[in-house]
Ligand binder design. Sequence first.
Ligand SMILES: NC(=O)c1ccc[n+]([C@@H]2O[C@H](COP(=O)([O-])OP(=O)(O)OC[C@H]3O[C@@H](n4cnc5c(N)ncnc54)[C@H](O)[C@@H]3O)[C@@H](O)[C@H]2O)c1
Ligand SMILES: [Zn+2]
Ligand SMILES: [Zn+2]
Length: 346
Amino acid sequence: MFASGGVEVAEVAEPKVLEPTDAVVEVSLSAICGSDLHLLDGKTPGMREGGVIGHEFVGHVVAAGAHAGAHPEGTRVVGSFLIVCGACVPCRERRFNHCTERRALGLGTLTGDLDGAQAERVRVPVADVNLTALTDAFAEILDEQAIFCGDVLATGIYAAHLAEGGPGDTVVVIGAGPVGLLCAASVRALGARAIVLDADPHRVEFARERMDLEALDVSEADAGEAIAEATGGAMAAATIEAVGHVSAFRSAMRTTANGGRVVIVGVYGSERYELPMGMAWIRGLDLRFSGMANVQAHWIEALTQVASGAIEPDATITHRMPLDEAVEGYRLFAAREAMKVILTPS
Ligand SMILES: NC(=O)c1ccc[n+]([C@@H]2O[C@H](COP(=O)([O-])OP(=O)(O)OC[C@H]3O[C@@H](n4cnc5c(N)ncnc54)[C@H](O)[C@@H]3O)[C@@H](O)[C@H]2O)c1
Ligand SMILES: [Zn+2]
Ligand SMILES: [Zn+2]
C-alpha cells in the first residue's frame, strides 16, 4: 500500500462486495507497472495514505454481487486496469477509455480511489465488463501470460492499431520498457516491421535477446538519423512513443515519415511543450494521443495472440517474488534493474 510517499506491506481491510455489480477476486498474481511508479514520483497525484496500489492481476472470483452474473464464483479471470461502466454512450461504442464514469484500479483518488490488486483480494466494480474469463480457448493460458492482457499487452495492441502499421510498413517504438516491448510485439503480430529504440543499452540488449526484436541503441545516436539509416531514408509510417517524456515525443516526430502517425502512449501530467506548428503542419504529422488504453476493446485479441503463441508477454518477466517482498520489487523496478516484477500473495 501507499504510505509516506512510498510503498509498504501492511494488513488492510478485507475487500467486500459493495454494489450488486461488484465481484471480489482472490489474486493469484499481481505485478508492478511503470504507472505505479508515477504514484510515487508525483506524476500521478492523489494516492491516498493507506490506499492499495496495483492494477494488473489474475485470480479467481470468490464473491459476486447479485448482478455480476457473467463471472460466477470460482471463475478464473484477468482484470482490467481501466474500470468502466459498460453502459454509457462511449462504452456502447466500445470506446471504453472514454467512459463517462471512467476509473482505474489502484491508481489514486483522481481515478475513483479504488483499492488495487497488489493484495490478496481485490474488489472489482462492474465485474461483468471489467473482468474477462480465462475459460474455453483461454483456459490453457498461464497466469504469467494472462496478467499482461488487462494492461500492458492490451495497451500494446491498442497502440499497434492506432499506428495502423501493416505489411510493408515500418513502425518505430520509442522506449524498450515492458510497454514498448509489447507495443513492438503487437506491431509485428499485425504484420509490420517493428524497430525499438532505447537510450539504455541494457534495455536494447533485452529487446534483442529476450524478445527477438530489432532494436537500436540511441544513447549516443540521434533517433531520426538512426531510423533514416535503418529504413534507407524512408522513415517510419508510424512511431509509438512508449516513454512519457517530451524528449521521446520529439524523437517520435523525427523518426516518422511525412504524413505519418505519432502515437503517444506514454503518460503525461503537467509537462509543457511548444509545438513548432509550421513543422507539424507542412509535414502533415498525425498526432494521436492514446489516452488510457482501451483495454476492454482489445483484451480478447490480446488473449487470442497469446493463446496462439504469436506474442509471449511473459518473456518480459525478470523477477518473481512473494507479495511480502513488494518493497524490494519496487526498488528493483524503480532502479530499472527489473523489467517486469510479478508478485505472488502468500
Ligand atoms: N496509455 C496507457 O494506457 C498506458 C498503459 C500502460 C503504461 N503506460 C505508460 O507507458 C510508459 C512506458 O511504460 P513502461 O512500464 O514500459 O516504462 P519504463 O520506464 O520501464 O520504460 C521506458 C523506457 O524508455 C527509455 N527512454 C527514456 N527516455 C527515452 C528517450 N528519450 N529515447 C529513447 N528511450 C528512452 C528508458 O530507458 C526505458 O527503457 C509509461 O509512461 C507508462 O505509464 C501507458
Ligand atoms: Zn499499468
Ligand atoms: Zn461507460
